[in-house]
Design a protein around this ligand. Structure first.
Ligand SMILES: *[C@@H]1O[C@H](CO)[C@@H](O)[C@H](O)[C@H]1NC(C)=O
Length: 293
């Protein structure tokens, strides 16, 4: 990505987020169906049966909620990266790898401050069992209200440190990996003519997929700890994330920190490739129609 204004990052990031959901949602539908139903033999079987019975549309059920949630988060995340890059830029030189990492980490602080309560509420709603009337939380607002009533603002923000420990390094590696691979692909092009469009697009897809792997590889252990902390009954872990870590290592060993790694990657690679492809196309369009934005 060349140096762009934060506003362009905001718009293109939001569009990238929409592309992420369009590519990632079928994987999510399959995951949820596998989790809640045992009539499927595996991912492929579930995908095939869903398409046979309901058409491709079956894989896209329930997509509006994630689009509404993901687009703004991606917009904020890329906006944060754009601001971070601007802050770290020195006399129009390309940013060093360290600075790219720091700009990405800065974006992680940005998104955490917006997302931490949302993560707590999302995780609590995701793990509650039962249906309709017998559920503890009726929805997001109800959950936030109950948390606030029982434990004040501290309870709503429980797990913020864990979210920060996840998002700051993961986001730094995410953006650094993308920019680094894009640069390497561009540099390896024949010197005598400009990089072909096909080559640039292939580079975007590859770099985007690798960025997805980098993000999750760095953030997954903290993500596991965070989810457990945020969904545990009050008082289970008096010293917070440190206690979660100790208990997990004692009872399950370090591999538990990477539970579900393969299905996560199956989704993250194409979803993030789509994200950056959408982002770059949107950037290109914005640069053409509104160069001074
Ligand atoms: C990066 O990983 C975290 C979990 O560590 C996840 O919540 C987030 O959605 C991922 N971001 C992207 C852009 O894939």
């Amino acid at each position: 990505m060349s140096e762009q204004s934060p506003l362009k990052y905001f718009i293109s990031g939001g569009f990238g987020g929409i592309c992420t959901v369009i590519v990632g949602h079928p994987f999510d539908t399959i995951k949820v169906r596998l989790q809640t139903n045992d009539k499927y033999k595996g991912m492929l079987d579930c995908g095939k049966k869903t398409i046979q019975k309901e058409g491709v549309r079956g894989l896209y059920k329930g997509m509006s909620a994630p689009i509404a949630g993901v687009a703004p988060i991606f917009a904020i995340s890329f906006f944060g990266f754009g601001v971070g890059k601007k802050l770290l830029q020195q006399d129009n030189q390309p940013l060093s790898n360290t600075r790219l990492f720091l700009a990405g980490a800065f974006s992680g602080i940005f998104t955490t401050s917006v997302m931490a309560p949302g993560e707590r509420i999302k995780c609590l709603l995701q793990v509650q069992q039962g249906s309709g009337g017998e559920q503890k939380y009726k929805g997001m607002i109800d959950c936030a209200r109950q948390l606030y009533k029982e434990g004040g603002i501290r309870s709503v923000y429980k797990g913020s440190l864990a979210t920060l420990l996840r998002d700051v390094p993961a986001s730094g590696m995410y953006f650094l990996t993308y920019e680094f691979i894009k640069k390497k692909v561009a540099e390896s092009a024949p010197k005598d003519k400009p990089q072909s469009k096909t080559r640039e697009m292939t580079g975007t897809i590859f770099a985007g997929g690798m960025a997805g792997i980098a993000n999750w590889s760095i953030g997954m252990p903290q993500d596991v700890l965070k989810s457990r902390l945020q969904t545990a009954p009050e008082g289970t872990y008096p010293r917070g994330i440190r206690d979660v870590f100790k208990t997990l290592m004692k009872n399950e060993g370090p591999l538990a920190l990477y539970k579900g790694f393969v299905p996560v990657m199956c989704r993250a690679v194409p979803a993030n490739a789509a994200c950056f492809l959408g982002l770059e196309l949107c950037m290109m369009l914005l640069n053409r129609i509104a160069p001074n934005l």
